[in-house]
Design a protein around this ligand. Structure first.
Ligand SMILES: Nc1ncnc2c1ncn2[C@@H]1O[C@H](COP(=O)(O)OP(=O)(O)OP(=O)(O)O)[C@@H](O)[C@H]1O
Ligand SMILES: [Mg+2]
Length: 230
């Protein structure tokens, strides 16, 4: 291309851009990642929150779907789990009927989900329901084995209402398997109970109680029965 054709071409180009009202001011191109699109950390963080909340909502019963907790120790515990699920202690919430143990437990897990953790898995059940589902002779062996595997390995496990079942050598052995497995691998469990920690040895036997005492941060929930104050 010679110089005169070159300048004709540029003049034509200038005319067309002028006619089309295009902005040809030189300057930085706006190509920063958009928080609404993949590639931006905010987008991926939001995706992780949504995925974790979906898992939480699949597990939480309707009454506790929007549970929150303001208890400082419970919030600190949830933040430690959110930061690193492999390094956090377990949590035991104990106290009288209706003091908000189950609410705080689900609230703590919801708080973890809302941080958008990279790895989130959650299973919640009560001790009586768990024993009923695992008891030999009920359902089929594969289902029971699958449930046990999940109880042993899920990143966050909530076991509600410790001490509400009459103990037997089978319940003790089952509880020992769960507690010992999660104790060894330092996987967090949230346990709620009406019983104080001092009652654990008599309730569960020394070996389970000793592990629970070492592995848990214990929080006493106090106050009146909130069900009666409505
Ligand atoms: N922080 C809170 N904010 C709003 N509602 C709450 C809060 N804490 C507890 N509640 C409500 O109070 C009631 C009793 O709470 P919850 O079921 O957690 O008690 P609990 O200590 O687990 O009782 P129990 O020992 O009988 O299992 C529930 O309806 C729960 O949703
Ligand atoms: Mg409860």
């Amino acid at each position: 291309m010679n110089t005169s054709i070159d300048s004709q071409f540029l003049a034509r180009l200038a005319r067309i851009t002028r006619e089309k009202g295009l902005d040809t001011t030189p300057g930085p191109v706006k190509d920063a990642p958009d928080p609404e699109l993949p590639g931006h950390p905010t987008y991926h963080h939001r995706q992780r929150i949504n995925a974790a909340l979906t898992k939480f909502e699949r597990v939480a019963p309707p009454r506790y779907l929007t549970a929150t907790t303001q208890h400082p120790t419970v919030c600190d515990w949830a933040d430690r789990v959110a930061a690193d699920v492999t390094q956090a202690p377990s949590l035991m919430l104990w106290g009288g009927t209706g003091t908000g143990k189950t609410h705080a437990a689900f609230g703590a897990v919801r708080r973890i989900a809302l941080t958008g953790p990279t790895r989130f898995g959650f299973l919640a059940t009560t001790f009586p329901d768990l024993y009923a589902a695992l008891r030999p002779g009920r359902g089929n062996d594969d289902e029971r084995e699958r449930l046990m595997r999940r109880v042993l390995t899920v990143p966050v496990l909530l076991l509600d209402d410790l001490g509400t079942t009459k103990s037997s050598s089978w319940t003790e052995e089952t509880t020992y398997r769960i507690v010992n497995h999660r104790y060894n691998r330092m996987l967090p469990v949230i346990i709620t109970s009406n019983e104080p920690p001092a009652a654990l040895p008599a309730l569960l036997g020394d070996r389970i109680a000793s592990r629970l005492i070492e592995m848990t941060t214990r929080v006493e929930m106090t106050g009146a029965d909130q069900r009666l104050n409505r």
